[in-house]
Design a protein around this ligand. Structure first.
Ligand SMILES: Cc1cc2nc3c(=O)[nH]c(=O)nc-3n(C[C@H](O)[C@H](O)[C@H](O)COP(=O)(O)O)c2cc1C
Length: 316
């Protein structure tokens, strides 16, 4: 039995990453209903909004689902209290120290996975006693590791560093990609970009259309001194890049970013002024699909890849 599937009691070890402004109850419940693990993205929700999404998700699926909590969330105590009160059994933490919340959540019967971008942080996860690790390469959409380690290099390094159940993330959008990271030592995958552009994602149609037309090289990692973020090239990204190139300090960058930029871009579809977060792998995606179509394509692609490798002539 697959370790991720048995840990979370799901059919397929495919996690839909928690994503600000994309992963509300519609997306999370659709992924869970299709046999994967859907995650609500608490990072863009006020505590009571999260409560509402948890309730809607419970009404829309009887399958396990979870909540992603970026640990720099301002009202984290209230948010975690709601997660416990509402009986959520799976939490994926990110962007912070796994020691802060892991044992408190586990004491409530919650399984905890933590997102890392280096094997050094994988060690911290072991010390914190997490149930699973998500190792995310810098191809990924959203906030990234400073070291810019790619999934191809990160997964074998984290596999060597820990024996914990390991979920690979970053640049995976096909069954072939799943086969590749399993070969590198992962037990399961976390996919963001492909689900962010699905029919059930709450991202704005403008954002989805833009991302579905991207080519290789159309995203870049910016804001390295604040919090490295992969952004689509756009007028706002150009302004950030220009400021960074002339050596703007953290305060100036923070002022330029202001508040609500990601909401403006991803949720309101303002392609000029918004922060447009998406992964490199968007360049492979060309149409908006339903979650059921995505899951079926991933599983078929995985089978194809395995058969191809089995019949392969690499070793002559
Ligand atoms: C629009 C967007 C928003 C994201 N927001 C979050 C977030 O709030 N918390 C988090 O841990 N990861 C976030 N991520 C990262 C995803 O959960 C996932 O790990 C990543 O997208 C996987 O790489 P991929 O984009 O190549 O599939 C976000 C990604 C995207 C594309």
């Amino acid at each position: 039995m697959n370790r991720i599937a048995s840990l979370f009691e799901i059919n397929h070890p495919i996690v839909q990453g928690g994503m600000v402004w994309c992963s509300g109850w519609r997306l999370a419940s659709a992924v869970s209903n299709a046999g994967g693990l859907g995650l609500l993205g608490a990072g863009s929700m006020y505590p009571e909004v999260l409560r509402e999404h948890i309730r809607q998700c419970k009404a829309a699926t009887t399958r396990p689902f979870g909540v992603n909590v970026p640990l720099m969330y301002p009202e984290i105590e209230t948010l975690m209290q709601i997660i416990v009160e509402e009986g959520v059994k799976i939490v994926f933490t990110s962007a912070g120290n796994p020691k802060l919340w892991t044992s408190r959540l586990q004491a409530e019967g919650i399984k905890v996975a933590h997102v890392v971008s280096s094997s050094r942080f994988a060690h911290k996860c072991e010390e914190a006693g997490v149930d699973a690790i998500v190792a995310e390469g810098f191809e990924a959409g959203g906030h990234n590791g400073r070291e810019e380690t790619t999934t191809m290099c990160l997964i074998p390094a984290v596999r060597r560093a820990t024996s914990l159940p390991l979920i690979a993330a970053g640049g995976i959008a096909t069954g072939e990609g799943i086969a590749a990271v399993l070969a590198l030592g992962a037990d399961g995958v976390q996919i963001g970009t492909r689900f962010a552009l699905s029919k059930e994602s709450s991202a704005h149609a403008n954002f989805k259309q833009l991302c579905l037309n991207l080519n290789e090289g159309d995203t870049q990692l910016l804001l390295k001194t604040l919090s490295p973020t992969r952004l689509v090239k756009s007028p706002f990204a150009d302004a950030v890049k220009e400021a960074e190139q002339r050596g703007a300090g953290v305060e100036e960058l923070r002022a330029l970013l202001g508040r609500g930029r990601a909401k403006k871009g991803i949720f309101e579809g303002n392609l000029e002024e918004g922060e447009l977060e998406i992964g490199q792998i968007a360049s492979l995606l060309r149409q908006e699909e339903s979650v059921a179509e995505i899951l079926s394509d991933l599983l078929n692609g995985y089978q194809r890849a395995v058969e191809k490798l089995r019949a392969g002539v690499f070793v002559c």
